[in-house]
Write a protein that binds this ligand. Structure first.
Ligand SMILES: [Zn+2]
Length: 88
């Protein structure tokens, strides 16, 4: 389930430098909050919003510490994104 698009403060993806200023909630209707996870629409990197809603890179150790359900949701969203890119 994909929610509405929310505007966020402009923040570069720390991996590919794409300027990101919007987010779509993949599993809820909420706009992003500090600490929420995101996936770069361009390169698929797993990112996380800091206190100022700036995106930062997420370490593998941080991902491994996530509850299995959240880890699975991130993987599903990433797969959906990669399939979209393949269709381009
Ligand atoms: Zn990126």
């Amino acid at each position: 389930m994909v929610g509405p698009v929310s505007r966020t403060p402009l923040s570069p993806c720390p991996v590919c430098d794409t300027q990101i200023d919007a987010a779509t909630a993949a599993f809820s209707m909420q706009s992003p909050n500090p600490g929420d996870f995101s996936i770069c629409v361009e390169c698929g990197a797993v990112l996380r919003y800091d206190g100022e809603l700036q995106l930062r890179w997420v370490s593998w150790e941080e991902l491994e510490a996530l509850p299995l359900e959240l880890f699975r949701e991130i993987a599903i969203a990433q797969q959906a994104l990669f399939q979209l890119h393949r269709k381009r």
